[in-house]
Design a protein around this ligand. Structure first.
Ligand SMILES: Cc1cc2nc3c(=O)[nH]c(=O)nc-3n(C[C@H](O)[C@H](O)[C@H](O)COP(=O)(O)OP(=O)(O)OC[C@H]3O[C@@H](n4cnc5c(N)ncnc54)[C@H](O)[C@@H]3O)c2cc1C
Length: 482
């Protein structure tokens, strides 16, 4: 055993209750922990970050509307009153289904956590569809680090354009390309357009930000495919109205520092000169899915998601529950509600089993609808049979997002910052630091102990090509020498 390895339970007083270990402090993990607050169990929630992240608003951090604290409250603070729960910071590097242990590590300190019930909710990261080299030039948007880096790149591009000595250079700096016309890409493109055309309108002397090009491109023939053709078509028109160029049926074939190469619907290859590229296409599930699959015999799909039984457990392991973006069941979408409801369902299943009560039957997802904001006062919402667009959809969007933001103080400051941006023209969060812009690439130089967020490399794992490797073969997850 590694000298720095600690087996939980040896260090702490002997636990009185069954131990529930939860991996991940995202939607699935946090809501599962909260749903267990009255159960006679000891909950240990292990997260690789000390915060819960409200991913749907990452693009507002990237475009200077919200601060990172508003969408990422400390997990420890959220659970401070839940006495049966404790929070552990660390990256889970191994799960042993036979020994019933989870191994986490942080800065060389390894901890083995025994469990009676396990909920794995480690989510999904960005996928570049086998082209991980694109990540250097086209960051994705999965973490606070990603959003702050993008903020630096977006605002920094205008600053450099102000200094440009020729028009071609200024044009390249003021061209922003968002790859992926799903909700994230649409919202991001809409907000960059509002930033350039409204907020920054009067801030520069040598360049005119209203002339900035914002290009949204996707290989699919429609915008927001999951919303259907009608709402997707309306979203596309609204985007064009606010100055976004929408290029559909267009595939990215290469990305570099100065721009990207695309193949359009007619098969024509052309180049777009653009300093800022944002990747909002494709997800790759946590490599922990493969770790679980190898031991349980469950299947893993191309996106790395593990197949679960109808009750969200693994074959032969009724004590192991997998929820959210890293599991696949009945083509459920990778959205927050699937993770939240899955976490709550698994918590209820555990409480029932421990109380000797009958099981609740298979997991049934209640679709509460989807929404995407296009610009201020304009959104689309698809709620069952009801389709909304424009101002009504935008108000619905505000209310729903406010409801799900965790924490009273976050709600108040979020409303204030929305007022600044949507009623006024300003952005409250325009601070950009060197760390934000260069931190991710610098961390990669430090070594595998400090993986950047762009890939799924786990501690002790592979290099920046990690996401690719995980797609092709087993993840680089180190088995702890416990
Ligand atoms: C930019 C963006 C916008 C989105 N917009 C919407 C939207 O508008 N509506 C919607 O419904 N959904 C949206 N989604 C999707 C939604 O956020 C996800 O479906 C949801 O977060 C999935 O929850 P989860 O618990 O499975 O994973 P996550 O919320 O991603 O949580 C995973 C957690 O596991 C932790 N973790 C991962 N690996 C490890 C490890 N090895 N050890 C320890 N901890 C680990 C992570 O740090 C994280 O805390 C969006 C996603 C993104 C990225």
């Amino acid at each position: 055993m590694d000298v720095s390895t600690v087996i939980e339970g040896h260090r702490h007083a002997v636990t009185r209750h069954p131990r529930v270990v939860i991996v991940g402090s995202g939607f699935g993990g946090l809501f599962a922990a909260q749903a267990l607050r009255k159960a006679p169990v000891d909950v240990t929630l292990i997260g690789r970050t000390s915060h819960h992240l409200f991913q749907p608003l990452l693009y507002q951090v990237a475009t200077g509307i919200l601060s990172e604290g508003e969408i990422a409250p400390a997990t420890r603070e959220i659970l401070r009153r839940q006495e049966n729960a404790r929070v552990v910071l660390g990256e889970v590097v191994d799960i042993d289904l036979t020994a019933r242990t989870v191994t986490s590590t942080i800065l060389g300190r390894t901890t083995v956590h025994p469990y009676d019930e396990l909920i794995v909710a480690a989510g999904a990261g960005q996928s570049y569809f086998g082209n991980d080299r694109f990540a250097e030039f086209a960051p994705g948007m999965k973490s606070i680090d990603d959003a702050l880096e993008l903020r630096g790149r977006i605002f920094g591009a205008f600053e450099l354009a102000e200094l440009a000595t020729d028009q071609a250079e200024a044009d390249r700096l003021m061209t922003f390309v968002v790859v992926g016309a799903g909700p994230t890409g649409v919202e991001m493109a809409g907000q960059i357009a509002e930033l350039a055309h409204r907020t920054l309108r009067r801030d520069f002397r040598n360049v005119d930000p209203t002339k900035a090009r914002i290009i949204l491109l996707d290989a699919a023939p429609i915008v927001l495919p999951s919303f259907g053709e009608k709402l997707g078509g309306r979203a596309r028109r609204q985007l064009i109205e606010i100055g976004v160029e929408v290029q559909l049926g267009t595939m990215v074939t290469d990305v570099d520092a100065d721009g990207l190469e695309v193949r359009d619907a007619d098969g024509q290859v052309c180049r777009i000169q653009a300093a800022t590229k944002i990747w909002a296409a494709g997800v790759q599930a946590s490599p922990l899915g493969k770790v679980l699959a190898e031991q349980s015999g469950a299947d893993v799909d191309r996106a790395g998601r593990i197949s679960v039984l109808p009750d969200l457990t693994l074959p032969g392991h009724p004590e192991v529950h997998v929820v959210g973006d890293m599991m696949v069941l009945d083509e459920l979408p990778g959205v927050a509600q699937v993770a939240i409801q899955g976490g709550q369902y698994s918590a209820e299943a555990i409480a029932r089993r421990l109380a000797g009560r009958q099981s609740q039957g298979p997991f049934r997802y209640r679709d509460k609808g989807s929404m995407a904001m296009i610009s201020r006062f304009s959104a689309v919402a698809d709620i069952g049979e009801l389709k909304f667009e424009g101002f009504i959809a935008w108000v619905l969007w505000l209310v729903v997002h406010l409801f799900y933001i965790v924490g009273f103080k976050s709600r108040i400051t979020t409303v204030l910052h929305w007022a600044v941006s949507f009623l006024g023209r300003s952005r409250s969060q325009r601070v950009v630091t060197q760390q934000q812009v260069y931190g991710r690439l610098a961390l990669e130089q430090v070594g595998p102990e400090f993986p950047s967020s762009k890939t799924w490399t786990l501690h002790g794992g592979a290099s920046a090509q990690g996401a690719d490797d995980h797609r092709a073969g087993p993840p680089s997850v180190r088995r702890a020498s416990a």
